[in-house]
Design a protein around this ligand. Structure first.
Ligand code: MN
Length: 420
């Protein structure tokens, strides 16, 4: 069987080069029909494919997949199985839709395997157990340090030694398309000594990527940096919505809390780490040298272009930043190794997010906080409207894709509209 990644592979489903989901992608997600029936699924071009009905009709019988892996409402049953199984499933799907099996089309239509995007809506792909957010972009950490601490010593002394992170809230992680309600909370007005209760006036996005884990380590054990990628199922776009005014008043000494926990959002299709293999690149050289448990071999960064657009009630979507996942200082393998080095266990269905991904240039900053330099500068939308932070009615759209020669692997879109 050809690998799903094989660049020569063509599908009997038609799509153009600019689509995010060629047959070399095969991401995993969950959709809902208009009758509220859930299907675990993949997508090729614009055709959504029910893995539930593929499984029901016996197409995965030759894979040693656990019984009824695709009959539920989330990918968790698949996540609990090994990487070799994930790989077999993905290769099998690619084979079923390979142009050599063109005659499958009529059969698949009869078996209710193919769906149009307009007939379905996407649902949360994973029942997320624990969620951790890192702070692994050096440019982002440096920008924040310059704005709020000391421009000469922007990075705190631990930052170059530890992939800094905090435990977030998984209950409020929502799927693309869900409205985000402007949060309320305690805010300290400028020059005042006492806080007021108010809606947040400094609502922000954070451009991030998240990865979903498979079955990890037992409590008390650790994941080695060299095997860490075996526990990474795939990635999605991640918007870590942030209320900067609530955050600023509450975060010392224990870190982010209500300024973050009101919402985070994810893109609906989980793109496997396997599909991103062609986009591996070298990360920044880590100086000072890291401790042994964080030392790794090979290339563990990924060249994935990222964009954020803002569309107001009256503007067109306007690109406000273009960044890249390759800018991460700490890679995913290091994050997992660090997360588990104390014996903390990772479960199938955990979500680990990168932290805001900023690049070195101003046009590559991953949050309004940085783009407006703490509210001292304005961003202009295509109709002339100005923004320092986000307003009600604004839709934030995130996109991500890798491009190499004739291959484009994308993440689709993550969009959410802010409501009062
Ligand atoms: Mn974040």
């Amino acid at each position: 069987m050809l690998s799903a990644n094989n660049i020569e592979r063509k599908s009997w489903i038609k799509y153009d080069f600019h689509c995010d989901f060629p047959i070399q992608n095969i991401p995993f997600g969950v959709f809902k029909t208009h009758n509220n029936e859930f299907h675990i699924a993949t997508i090729i071009g614009k055709t959504v494919i029910s893995l539930k009905n593929l499984e029901k009709n016996g197409y995965f019988n030759d894979i040693s997949l656990n019984n009824k892996t695709f009959q539920g409402k989330s990918l968790n049953k698949l996540l609990e199985q090994k990487k070799s199984i994930w790989r077999e499933v993905r290769n099998k799907i690619a084979d079923l839709f390979d142009i050599k099996n063109k005659n499958f089309e009529q059969k698949f239509i009869k078996q209710d395997i193919l769906f149009h995007q307009k007939d379905i809506s996407m649902a949360m792909p994973v029942k997320i157990g624990d969620y951790t957010d890192f702070y692994s972009s050096k440019d982002h950490a440096t920008n924040v340090g310059k704005m709020f601490r000391d421009p000469e010593n922007a990075l705190l002394p631990n930052w170059l030694h530890i992939p800094v992170g905090y435990h977030g809230r998984s209950s409020s992680i929502v799927i693309s398309g869900t409205n985000v309600k402007r949060p309320k909370g305690q805010i300290l007005p400028k020059g005042e000594k006492k806080p007021i209760f108010s809606e947040s006036k400094l609502l922000d996005f954070e451009l991030e990527m998240g990865f979903i884990t498979g079955r990890g380590n037992d409590l008390g054990e650790s994941i080695n940096v060299e095997n860490a990628e075996d526990y990474i199922f795939g990635l999605c776009l991640f918007n870590d919505w942030s209320a900067r005014d609530i955050q600023k008043w509450e975060y010392i000494p224990l870190g982010p809390f209500l300024g973050k926990s009101f919402n985070s959002s994810i893109s609906p299709w989980i793109v496997t780490l396997d599909a991103l293999e062609p986009f591996r690149v070298k990360g920044e050289k880590q100086i000072p040298e890291v401790l042994d448990y964080l030392k790794f071999k090979g290339h563990k960064n990924f060249d994935i272009n990222l964009e954020v657009l803002i569309q107001s009630k009256t503007s067109n979507p306007t690109i406000v930043t273009k960044s890249n996942f390759k800018y991460m200082y700490w890679n995913m393998a290091q994050q997992l190794a660090h997360h588990t080095v104390n014996g903390c266990n990772i479960n199938a269905g955990d979500l680990l997010a990168s932290g805001t991904i900023s690049g070195p240039n101003k046009s590559e900053f991953g949050s309004m906080l940085e783009l407006s330099w703490a509210g001292t500068e304005e961003i202009t939308l295509d109709n002339g409207e100005k923004r320092k932070f986000l307003e009600n009615g604004d839709t934030v759209i995130m996109k991500g894709f890798g491009i190499k020669e004739n291959l484009r692997i994308g993440f689709g879109e993550l969009f959410n509209t802010i409501i009062k």
